[in-house]
Design a protein around this ligand. Structure first.
Ligand code: OAD
Length: 231
């Protein structure tokens, strides 16, 4: 049986595809304060601004291509039972070929009713507009988990991590909870790697190797070691 390899990915894995991370130097996300575009309060106060912000993110995503890090994770499926748990709302893991991807914070490519949370739709193209409605006539919003909202997929994610033989953490500053707390569900025996070009604060985790590299460089190199030692 293949060993279970669980990946926790964040914005940094898509940086080499040209998509910006959240916590850059200026504290802004694409020139916006996060409270102005990624909260239920923002949606209530200025839905058109929020729609336009995510329309731009969706357009960037559709123009971007997966990079070596995304492709490496897809290739690892030949050797391991790979599950990707991503905080990213882009679809680059899927487009690189990963088949088991859990989106903790929702997906840019989908909309949902602002009232009926289980009415979820694919968005064709880049645009979701004011006046676009669900089959029951309510306004559609981006299918994104905003700050201040519950994270419905956190439990299945925690179960995957608890069951992991190998855990790869990459591209996340581990500053946003509950996602950041997932690391703590891994067993002591689980072999853990963190790949990030910057220093990420992480303490008290057993069996952890830190690799100070970009994901596009660090992951392909680590892939060969994983196959040799653990597959
Ligand atoms: P952050 O922007 O907080 O962190 C990005 C991490 O990626 C940092 O540790 C960078 O050092 C690292 N990084 C940058 N370039 C990299 C590269 N080429 N390879 C590997 N790592 C690189 O992003 P997240 O931790 O994903 O939530 O942010 C978590 C959540 O906060 C997001 O999902 C989003 C945000 O606000 C919502 O939208 C709900």
């Amino acid at each position: 049986m293949k060993k279970k390899l669980v990946v926790l990915s964040g914005a940094g894995i898509s940086a080499e595809s040209g998509l910006k991370t959240f916590r850059g130097g200026d504290g802004l996300w694409e020139n916006h304060r996060v409270e102005d575009v990624a909260t239920p309060e923002a949606w209530k106060a200025s839905p058109k601004l929020v729609l336009e912000f995510y329309n731009q993110r969706r357009k960037q995503m559709n123009q971007a291509q997966p990079n070596a890090a995304h492709f490496t994770l897809a290739e690892l499926e030949s050797y391991f039972d790979v599950h990707v748990i991503t905080q990213n709302v882009d679809n680059l893991h899927e487009r690189a070929g990963s088949s088991q991807v859990l989106h903790l914070h929702g997906e840019l490519s989908k909309s949902r009713s602002e009232i009926f949370a289980d009415l979820i739709y694919e968005i064709e193209g880049d645009q979701l507009n004011w006046g676009d409605t669900c089959e029951r006539g309510t306004q559609l919003r981006p299918n994104i988990v905003w700050f201040g909202e519950l994270v419905p997929m956190i439990e299945p994610a925690a179960e995957l991590v608890a069951d992991a033989d190998i855990l790869l953490i990459t591209g996340t500053s581990l500053q946003v909870y509950p996602a950041a707390g997932l690391v703590r569900f891994a067993s002591e025996e689980c072999v853990k790697f963190l790949i990030d070009p910057e220093g990420v604060e992480i303490y008290g985790i057993s069996n952890l190797t830190i690799i100070n590299k970009r994901a596009g460089e660090g992951l392909p190199a680590l892939k060969n070691i994983l196959i040799e030692k653990y597959a």
